[in-house]
Design a protein around this ligand. Sequence first.
Ligand code: HEC
Length: 145
Amino acid sequence: MMHKITVFLITVFTVTGTMAHSGVTNEDVMKRMMVMSAMGANLQKIGLMLRQKQTFDAPQARLIFEDLQALATKTPVVFKAPASDPKSEADPRIWQEFANFVALSDKLAVAAGHAAQQVKTVDDLRPTLAAVGQTCKACHSQYRN
Ligand code: HEC
């Protein structure tokens, strides 16, 4: 079960690592996409360590999760303006249900903070990645089209 979820997440986040935001002209939309891309890049790095394409390094893994935590804290800030762009995948319900959107950002911040504390050995990568990835998915399934 856990294994399936992790493989799914790695696939999703490796694929979405491509430049979905190229050609976006709205500055606010660009800003939030850059925050999201940075999140994707971070998960991808954890995925590389997990698949042993990159050597596991506990301090580095912790830094990656701490960066994710910071990005999660930034998420409500960069999404505050109800900006749109033809290339945006943001569901307009975000701004009707902003409190819920903020709560979902907080869940990621908490999960990433826990992961940063917990990731001590290579065996901790899978559960921490899964726990964090689920909070990404929880928001995307509601607010990303
Ligand atoms: C609180 C909601 C929320 C959370 C949590 C969240 N995302 Fe997103 N994400 C979005 C929305 C909304 C978009 C679409 C933004 C747009 O196109 O304007 C998006 C877009 C993206 C994109 C595409 C960016 C681009 O360049 O177009 C990536 C990659 C991404 N998210 C990765 C992640 C990862 C990885 C996590 C977890 C570590 C995560 N997101 C957590 C809401 C969220």
